[in-house]
Design a protein around this ligand. Structure first.
Ligand code: GAR
Length: 203
């Protein structure tokens, strides 16, 4: 199977990016990370990419007149690297129509809660404060809403009485690192069939 090119967008430390790079390097996904783009020049994700010999591009939204122009530049970089699938990995911005139109049905995200519960920022802390007994993480395709796109995979973790938001986030993160590469592999091996907002996993 021919390898697919992934473009990863990350705003911070990049541990999910690392799990994706590791899965590609280990041959667990027939893909390579072709480029990492960050809206934050100081993101450790960029350093992880450079260390792995992967193109690392910082894009500052303040350098552009509006979000569409900012995203046109990102789309250009993604296309220059022949990207098939865009993976948001801790990218802390809503994706606009410019990027969604250019990569229709080809943008994935990982969210640290069981969607549709606790969308938006700090999903782990929202769940912990709410007092749920189980939370988890969700990989989904991205649409124009806030964490509303078709769900691909979810993993559930228990919430314990002595948890803090941080200990819960750490337990969820372990599962993120497991299911994000798995979802990307399903995409890259043509196993995902989207029917409306239902994603079926084929044989
Ligand atoms: C992850 O927990 C990811 O699920 C979350 O940001 C963290 C990034 O960590 N994403 C969101 O909250 C998106 N709304 P990482 O940079 O170590 O992968």
């Amino acid at each position: 199977m021919e390898k697919k090119n992934l473009g990863v967008l990350a705003s911070g430390r990049g541990s999910n990016l690392q799990s994706i790079m590791d899965a590609c390097a280990a041959g667990r996904i027939p893909a390579r990370v072709a480029v990492v783009i960050s809206d934050n020049n100081d993101a450790y994700a960029l350093e992880r990419a450079r260390r792995a010999g992967i193109a690392a591009v910082a894009v500052n939204i303040d350098d552009y007149t509006d979000k569409a122009e900012y995203e046109r530049y990102i789309v250009k970089v993604l296309m220059e690297h022949g990207v098939h699938l865009v993976c948001l990995a801790g990218y802390m911005r809503l994706v606009g129509t410019t990027m969604l139109d250019a990569f229709a049905g080809r943008v994935m995200n990982i969210h640290p809660a069981l969607l549709p519960a606790f969308p938006g920022l700090h999903g782990q802390e929202q769940a912990w404060r709410y007092g749920v007994k189980y939370s988890g993480c969700t990989v989904h395709f991205v649409d124009d809403g806030m964490d509303t796109g078709p769900i691909i995979l979810q993993a559930v973790v228990p919430v314990y009485d002595d948890d803090t938001a941080d200990t819960l986030a750490a337990r969820i993160l372990e599962q993120e690192h497991r299911i994000y590469p798995e979802a990307i592999n399903l995409y890259c091996t043509d196993k995902l069939v989207i029917e409306g907002r239902i994603v079926r996993i084929g044989a």
